[in-house]
Design a protein around this ligand. Sequence first.
Ligand code: FES
Length: 130
Amino acid sequence: MALYSEKVMDHFRNPRNVGVIEDADGVGEVGNAKCGDIMKMYLKIENDTVSDVKFETFGCGSAIASSSMATEMIKGKPLEDAMNLTNKAVAEALDGLPDYKMHCSVLAEEAIRSAIDDYYKKHPEKRKDN
Ligand code: FES
């Protein structure tokens, strides 16, 4: 069996939503200290919905595929759904990742959370649990 699924290879070779949103409403950057990979997420939020998302990943193929898939999974979705996106769901949507590459999908989950946290920091009035 191939180590990586076709979906992983597709998102690695043709990553979706790569880039920067200059006037992003939330930006999150996370890294993995062990491998040194870094992921940055930019979110545009309108009416509690992720109206646009872009990412920059300086990392391995699995991290690039995970960020690409994760952006597709949250684009156009309510902020709450984006907040609840798990790395497991991202890995499943990619038809799986090798066990030792699961941490790469964790970066995508963390980067999105961190960008949402940044948004709430700038707009505390939007927090539902206030
Ligand atoms: Fe570091 Fe994949 S090896 S994120």
